[in-house]
Ligand binder design. Sequence first.
Ligand code: HEM
Length: 157
Amino acid sequence: MTLFIIARVIHIIAVVMWIGGVAFVTTVLIPALKRMESEDKKLELFELLEGRFAFQAKILTILTAISGFYMTDFLSGWSRYLDASFWWMHLMTFIWIIFSIVLFVLEPLVLHRWFHEQAEKSSERAFRVLHIMHIVLLTLSLIAVFGAVAGVRGFFM
Ligand code: HEM
């Protein structure tokens, strides 16, 4: 039981730091950068800050997954994936898969270079697309947090 509580604490701290970071980038950093005059500085600052956050986010997604799958096993909860009333389990896992693919595969191999090229062609368009992608991911993440907190307390049963 103690390990389960430790896993839950790790899970929540990792989610708070990770999704909190995504919320900061989406609601503060990108809107502020979009208003910056100098296009070179805008791109340079974004790459510097997002790069540092991406490193943290990689560690946080790993901690979230280890603690999340441990809790699923402890609760004998694998069958939840076959039950639609546990949609929030599906959503949590889906978000983790999307972020993991972006952070570990797409960003280093494709996205970093692609965004740099797009920003050099049209900074306004590149930052608009980037902002929309962040808004979608943040919205889905907040729905997952809502679903998990309410679902654990039997809200959807
Ligand atoms: C591999 C991915 C993940 C797995 C396997 C997973 C699994 C779990 C499990 C088993 C629980 C405990 C449920 C219970 O006590 O009945 C939980 C709790 C929670 N998860 Fe996840 N999770 C994952 C990712 C995420 C993500 C990405 C988020 C946020 C966007 C998230 C947010 C939460 C929250 C807020 C709780 C706590 C609910 C509460 O106790 O009030 N999880 N997760």
